[in-house]
Ligand binder design. Structure first.
Ligand code: ATP
Length: 236
């Protein structure tokens, strides 16, 4: 069976600087895959290249189809939704309106309503805060809106860029729990993180990116036992 997402030998340059090179990875349907790495390793760039927000060289196939030359909105239409670093909400708009914007390409009203219900079940606080301006929410709640908005595109693959950054521990645990629920609901997840401990607790497989290259890959179980990972990423 072909993987849901297949990235082959991907390369992104910003001017002359190489941000990622020779990056190959796969995500199977139903998987949670993590990408770990330090600041500046190229994690955000990798997600942007997959969602076609930055130009890249190399292979990019989704559900067996070459998507390496598609514009962003067509990639979204195929089922890849990106929840960016820093959330990028519309601060003046209400929580509900921000969520609705995630469905901007869709016309299936009944299904959109069903997905809104699903997001509210995943993050009940967003139902309570629906008419509040997004800017008035806490950082963790804003992250929930950003994830919910991406889910409103009904993705087969959700790209999550550092969902736990700058968030209080309790909300962080809630967000990692939500990622597991999203997978149970049938959406595969590719999550970029710096929190190795929490990430290894929920993912099936991990790629470790350093200086734009994959330096380790394997199942979460195998990487938890890898001396290099234990020392550098887990601090044990
Ligand atoms: P962080 O965890 O800090 O977000 P990251 O692993 O996501 O880091 P990227 O943001 O992908 O890393 O950055 C990879 C490299 O590309 C870095 O050296 C960064 O300075 C550079 N870079 C990122 N965006 C641009 C840009 N728009 N123009 C020029 N260089 C960039």
């Amino acid at each position: 069976m072909v993987p849901l997402l297949e990235v082959h030998d991907l390369e992104v340059r910003y001017g002359k600087a190489l941000a990622i090179e020779q990056v190959s990875l796969t995500v199977e349907a139903g998987e949670i895959v993590g990408v770990l790495g330090p600041n500046g390793a190229g994690k955000t760039t990798l997600l942007k290249a997959i969602s076609r927000a930055v130009p890249a060289r190399g292979g990019l196939t989704f559900k067996g189809e070459d998507v390496s030359a598609l514009p962003v909105h067509e990639v979204v239409g195929r089922g890849i939704c990106h929840c960016p670093e820093g959330r990028r909400l519309f601060p003046e708009l209400t929580v509900r309106k921000n969520l609705e914007l995630g469905a901007y390409l869709r016309r299936d009203r009944a299904e959109i309503a069903a997905d809104m219900e699903r997001v509210h079940t995943l993050f009940p606080v967003l139902r309570e805060r629906g008419s509040q301006q997004a800017s008035t929410l806490s950082g963790g709640e804003q992250q929930m809106v950003a994830i919910g908005r991406a889910l409103m595109g009904r993705p087969a693959l959700l790209l999550l860029d550092e969902p736990s950054v700058g968030i209080a521990h309790k909300l962080k645990m809630m967000i990692f729990g939500a990622i597991e629920q999203i997978r149970r609901d049938g959406t595969a997840v590719l999550v970029v993180e710096q929190d190795a401990v929490s990430t290894l607790g929920i993912v099936d497989r991990v790629y470790v990116l350093e200086h734009g290259r994959v330096v380790r890959e394997g199942t979460a179980g195998a990487l938890k036992d890898d001396d290099y990972i234990r020392q550098i990423y887990l601090g044990v």
